[in-house]
Write a protein that binds this ligand. Structure first.
Ligand code: NAP
Length: 218
């Protein structure tokens, strides 16, 4: 698939490594230093474009900016000629990481959907960048679970496959409104990793009765 990534930092480059290794084509965008972005992209085998070009190029666009830069980035998209799937990787972190700026009565994902009316937004917060940049994104030999939320089941499947391609285990969590709960769960991981001494080699694993509790595809 063609993947257009907005934000080529720790997450954007970590996703790029895995996605290119799995045969996808990637265009990176959005930087205060375009020369650095070109060097980064060349080293990874990715193309470079403006944010608008990356979204137009994409079968799936990926938002991997700091929360505080997301509105600025999305304002640069304009109006693509066709509807796009937008994989939202952001955490709505306060700049000092002490908490979330959005939560439980709405979600970062729902706010992103308002800023990107051209997009079918799928929320799937990837594993920690340190894991993405390790040779295998595994913890204790196991794939990290990533909750996938969005109102379009087909788009959840598409992003779920990409989550698999980055070495994680997609967990189909249903509609976008559930991001109100998956986002604070991701924040718990951030707190455990950075303030409770767990480090970044952590992630979710959902235990379930595979025979009896299949997602209903809502
Ligand atoms: N890091 C993790 O482990 C992790 C895991 C899951 C989710 N997330 C979430 O994923 C998102 C990205 O995290 P990250 O760690 O990849 O962040 P990051 O390393 O800071 O990367 C952010 C990218 O956005 C660009 N950028 C930021 N502000 C910009 C601006 N005003 N104009 C143009 N470009 C700008 C930066 O470009 P330049 O620096 O080149 O200017 C950089 O490429 C965040 O929402 C984070 O909460 C992070």
């Amino acid at each position: 698939m063609k993947i257009g990534i907005i934000g080529a930092g720790n997450v954007g480059t970590g996703l790029t490594k895995h996605l290119i290794a799995q045969g996808h084509s990637v265009m990176l965008s959005f930087s205060l230093d375009m020369e650095k972005l070109r060097t980064t992209a060349a080293a990874l085998g990715a193309d470079v474009g403006t944010v608008a070009e990356a979204v137009r190029f994409a079968d799936v666009a990926v938002l991997a900016t700091p929360w505080t830069a997301a509105a600025d980035a999305l304002a640069q998209v304009g109006t693509p000629p066709e509807r796009k799937v937008l994989w939202d990787c952001t955490n709505a972190l306060k700049p000092d990481m002490s908490g979330l700026l959005v939560g439980t009565t709405t979600s970062g994902a729902e706010e992103i959907a308002k800023l990107a009316p051209w997009a079918t937004v799928i929320k799937a917060i990837p594993p920690f960048a340190e894991l993405l940049h390790s040779p295998e994104a595994l913890v204790g030999g196991k794939r990290v679970g990533v909750f996938v939320c969005g109102d379009d089941a087909n788009a959840r499947t598409i992003v779920g496959r990409l989550v698999g391609d980055i070495g994680a285990e997609p967990i189909d969590a249903g509609p976008l409104v559930l991001a109100r709960y998956t986002e604070p769960a991701a924040m718990l991981l951030v707190q455990l990793a950075y303030t409770r001494g767990f480090g970044t080699a952590i992630g979710f694993s959902l235990l379930r009765d595979a025979a009896g509790n299949a997602p209903d595809g809502v």
